[in-house]
Design a protein around this ligand. Structure first.
Ligand SMILES: *Cc1c(COP(=O)(O)O)cnc(C)c1O
Length: 242
């Protein structure tokens, strides 16, 4: 992929975001594009950075930290992938927002590490809105109770919800899930819980971000649409498990 291809991709995504905002009567500045750069080389991130993007998403802690150390310090790094407790200490130094908190144990670890370095860590609760067996996230029913418990932690702020909707060929199939997550956000906001402010709704990926915007997404996470297809190298020892 050439630099020009990247810039063309970015322009197309931007146009689609604008059109989705117009269709749904939303302001463009109320939707944040997170460029999901996992597996992609620094040079590609630099091109996108020079085009004005400052929000990047990564799903692995080590990759996020390495990229953060090698790129401009005004980039906001979003941790969007499943987070192991052992990686919490590292990630809270670099990430502006952890999108993928889905258990009390993980939140306890974040609270512990954040208190040690006297930080307040903003997080989202990951919701498995379609109840897919292969996905992380709490159910819609479990989310309020988890948020209530996390609200007791002095070094964590719950900023909203995140979901990855199913992979579907027609994005309309996910509209109902996005509506449900939006409604869940509203319901939790109404409870006025301390340390909880449901201002972020992170939903919508390459295949469904326009529908997600129409249903209230404040942050969309677009990888393929910006950077092109990802090519994963399969390690020999992993091949048996593929
Ligand atoms: C990879 C990833 C994305 C981006 O997916 P695309 O379909 O390439 O846009 C978004 N969110 C999460 C959690 C991801 O892991």
């Amino acid at each position: 992929m050439t630099e020009q291809d990247l810039l063309d991709n970015l322009r197309e995504v931007e146009e689609r975001i604008e059109r989705a905002c117009i269709r749904s009567g939303r302001k463009r500045e109320d939707v944040t594009l997170i460029a999901v750069s996992k597996t992609k080389p620094l040079a590609m991130l630099q091109t996108v950075y020079q085009a004005g993007i400052r929000e990047f998403g990564e799903n692995k802690v080590q990759e996020l930290c390495e990229k953060a150390e090698n790129l401009n310090s005004d980039i906001h790094w979003h941790m969007i992938g499943h987070l192991q407790r052992i990686k919490v200490r590292q990630v809270i130094q670099k990430a502006c927002l952890i999108h993928s908190v889905d258990s009390l144990r993980l939140a306890e670890q974040i609270e512990l590490e954040a208190s040690k370095c006297d930080r307040i860590v903003p997080i989202l609760i990951e919701v498995n809105v379609a109840g897919e067996e292969t996905k992380y996230g709490v159910s819609v029913l479990e989310a309020p109770e988890l948020i209530q418990k996390i609200s007791d932690f002095a070094h964590i702020r719950v900023k909203g919800l995140m979901t990855s909707a199913p992979y579907v060929s027609n994005s309309e199939e996910n509209r109902e899930y996005f509506k449900n997550l939006y409604q869940l956000c509203i319901d939790i906001q109404k409870k006025n819980i301390d340390n909880v402010d449901m201002e972020i709704l992170s939903m919508g990926m390459t295949n469904d971000y326009e529908v997600a915007i129409e249903e209230g997404a404040t942050h969309i996470r677009v990888g393929t649409g910006v950077f092109g297809e990802r090519f994963y190298q399969v390690k020999k020892e992993d091949e048996a498990n593929v």
